[in-house]
Design a protein around this ligand. Structure first.
Ligand code: SF4
Length: 705
């Protein structure tokens, strides 16, 4: 007997933007989808930010791409049939690989792609295109936190505990994080902690909205995070405020760290960081006398050429504070992108295979060879990291054809003018996106893809909780899902037998087998469990397994089971202010825009709030530069210049300028940022470079060397 179920008109799903993955209810009853917070989802508990509330406005947007575009003989992008577009891609890939080898083709993914897409994109690179070059924009987001967590704790999961643990903390140190603007629903947990008498200490060069609500704001100079952490630990050791029992029972390597931090006495720490000795002592006392202290880092500390050292220094601090012995919940990182966690687990990272396996691990290669039905030696080795892949375009051993899905590197990569110039040197650039992004505008072939509410898929939020995004509406005619696009490309290249289904459930089932036995084991997670509303955190190694909300309850994921201290020292940022470029530039996000702005710059309610980038300038900086509040300024670094509107405020240090990075063209602040890379994570130094500030002269030269 057939059963007929009318299509749901009130669909429980998740926000397409940041890593909180707020639960939403999407009402599609009258053809104009409306968003409300889902009070039943335990993470946001009904709360949303303005980005979530307006997320449906991108679905039926007039600028949606509804047909493939190919570049014609005159150099114009013109509409084309799918068949023509796919054939152009296949012949371009074939020609490039015949002439220059398989590794001449690269794949660039994104941290907003669902788990299924991230998995299939990595497989497309290694099995479909048989190239080693695949990486993604999450390299620009979470890579330093990930490397540090693996080194110190043995596993990288942003929060190794559920978000409600934040409410139970009685002293929280937030480092380089501004959740009041970037992730507002998370603040309810911070506010609960405060309401119970807990303290909030914020370390940030700016007096952000989050810092304004803090018990104490440590206004450190950009690029001095490791010195601040070492200085805090110095005071804790000096004042007998470390948890010696925890350190002895559950960690290793403390003695070397104690030796290092001994040289970070408060006067020296103040000289390096600009944080007054008294504030340092007060912060140390708030944390050191708390019963349940917690340290949370984010991009401010991580997006630096010393990002891994910075995070390790704060892990040291958390381990020394130790106190939550049964379920160590003293350290976490706040993931940024929507699937920033799952995006780095399933094989779109240059050095990893699905399940968070290392690509140079023989047993991991054997496992994946079995799942993929190829020989282990056929799986390529590690490729170049995101910026290095882009920078190497046009070099003799570099990439010459690039497939970009779910990313807009012309806006989001550092030294953006150089990146755009490298992309112009490609023989073939293919971009799949919903809109004609800045990167898509440069492409030879543009493929229109489906959006979040038009397809099913899973993501993994900042806690390691796997959630199901449901399909609520049909994609526009002419649009395909990314899974269909990946599968179609593989078919055109004669590799279709390895890509038999573009159905999210089928791909997820393969992902479950691929991750079985890995660090991030999803083998016990099913769509049925997620549809029933089960809260499943990885690792979940069998169908009867409840998942693992708290990772380090009994042991850390290191061979010894103990967390590892790492002795780290402060080092100068790659570029320091000088006479020509006298200020630090630091970049970040604002409430009403998201990442490169491809979606949010097209939502009218958001552009009314944040129509253009503002440069936060201290009054002294503005006076020296001769600029007035609200006027346009030109910011110049050694790599380029950009235009922003001056916002004069005492909420920023006198030596620092802040500009958000969500805009393109002359408003793209990444034209200025420094691609100096962390030696371990290959994270570029987005958070600090040297700039000067000038009044904007409209006709001035647009670019500098
Ligand atoms: Fe969406 Fe993040 Fe805002 Fe929640 S906090 S509504 S997930 S952008």
């Amino acid at each position: 007997m057939s059963t007929f179920a009318p299509p749901a008109t009130d669909v429980a799903t998740h926000c397409p933007y940041c890593a909180l993955q707020c639960g939403i209810r999407l009402d599609v009853a009258d053809g104009a989808p409306r968003v409300a917070g889902n009070p039943e989802f335990p993470v946001n508990r009904g709360a949303l930010c303005i980005k979530g509330f307006t997320a449906a406005e991108t679905l039926d947007h007039p600028e949606r791409l509804r047909a493939p575009l190919v570049r014609d003989a005159r150099g114009e992008l013109v509409p084309a049939a799918w068949d023509e577009a796919l054939e152009r891609i296949a012949s371009g890939v074939r020609t490039t690989q015949e002439r220059h080898g398989r590794d001449a083709v690269g794949v660039f993914g994104g941290g907003s792609l669902t788990n299924e897409k991230a998995y299939l994109l990595g497989k497309l690179a290694r099995v479909g295109l048989r190239t080693k070059h695949v990486d993604y924009n999450g390299r620009f987001c979470m890579s330093s936190a990930a490397s540090a967590a693996i080194m110190a704790l043995g596993v990288d999961r942003g929060l190794p505990f559920p978000v409600e643990e934040i409410a139970r903390a009685d002293a929280i140190l937030l480092v380089g994080a501004n959740p009041a603007e970037t992730m507002p629903p998370l603040m309810q947990y911070v506010q609960e902690a405060r309401a119970s008498g807990g303290a909030l200490v914020v370390a940030d060069p700016r007096r952000t909205l989050t810092a304004q609500s803090a018990t104490l704001h440590l206004r450190l100079a950009p690029g001095t995070d490791a010195a601040l952490a070492n200085g805090l630990l110095h005071v804790l050791v000096r004042d007998g405020l470390i948890d010696r029992e925890f350190v002895d029972e559950r960690t290793e390597g403390f003695d070397a760290v104690r030796g290092t931090v001994a040289t970070y006495w408060p006067e020296r720490t103040e000289r390096i960081t600009g944080v007054a000795e008294g504030d340092l002592a007060r912060a140390a006392r708030l944390l050191g006398t708390a019963r349940r202290p917690m340290v949370l880092t984010a991009r401010g500390a991580e997006q630096q050429a010393q990002g891994v050292s910075n995070v390790l220094a704060f892990v040291n601090l958390a381990l020394a504070l130790g106190r939550r012995r049964e379920s160590f919940a003293a350290f976490g990182t706040i993931t940024g992108q929507g699937n920033g966690q799952g995006g780095r687990e399933h094989g779109q990272k240059a050095d990893q295979l699905p399940g968070y396996r290392r690509i140079d691990d023989a047993s991991a290669r054997a496992h994946m060879a079995d799942v993929w039905r190829v020989a282990a030696h056929e799986i390529p080795g590690a490729g170049r990291s995101a910026y290095e892949m882009l920078d190497g375009i046009g070099h003799p051993d570099g990439v010459r054809a690039l497939l970009v899905i779910g990313s807009n590197p012309v806006v989001s990569a550092p030294r953006a003018l150089h990146v755009a110039e490298r992309l112009r040197a490609l023989d073939l650039l293919v971009v799949a996106d919903f809109f004609l992004s800045e990167t898509a505008r440069m492409a030879d072939v543009v493929l229109p893809s489906a959006q979040w509410a038009e397809e099913e898929g899973t993501t993994t939020n900042l806690e390691g909780r796997v959630v199901l995004r449901r399909r609520a509406v049909a994609p526009p005619d002419g649009v395909r899902t990314d899974l269909e696009i990946i599968t179609a490309i593989a078919e055109r290249l004669g590799r279709g037998e390895w890509f038999v289904s573009a159905e999210p459930r089928d791909v997820f089932d393969e992902l479950r087998r691929a991750t079985a036995g890995g660090v991030a084991d999803y083998s016990g997670i099913t769509y049925d469990r997620l549809e029933r509303g089960e809260a499943v955190f990885w690792p979940c190694p069998s169908l009867g397994h409840p998942g693992t909300p708290r990772l380090f309850a009994e042991r850390f994921a290191t061979p010894s089971g103990r967390a590892r201290f790492h002795a780290v020292r402060h080092g100068e940022p790659a570029e320091q202010p000088d006479a020509a470029f006298p200020y630090h530039l630091t970049t970040g996000r604002v409430l009403a825009q998201y990442q490169s702005g491809t979606q949010t710059r097209r939502v009218e309610r958001l552009t009314r709030i944040a129509p253009e980038p503002t440069a936060e300038l201290h009054p002294l900086v503005a006076r020296r530069a001769g600029v007035a509040d609200g006027s346009l300024v030109t910011l110049v670094s050694r790599r380029g210049e950009a235009v922003a509107r001056a916002r004069i405020t005492r909420d920023i240090r006198e030596d620092t300028v802040f500009v958000p990075f969500h805009w393109g063209g002359m408003e793209s602040i990444n034209r200025l940022t420094n691609p100096a890379l962390d030696p371990i994570s290959r994270m570029p130094e987005f958070k600090v470079c040297a700039v000067r500030v000038e009044p904007h002269v409209p006709a001035r030269r647009a670019e500098v060397a």
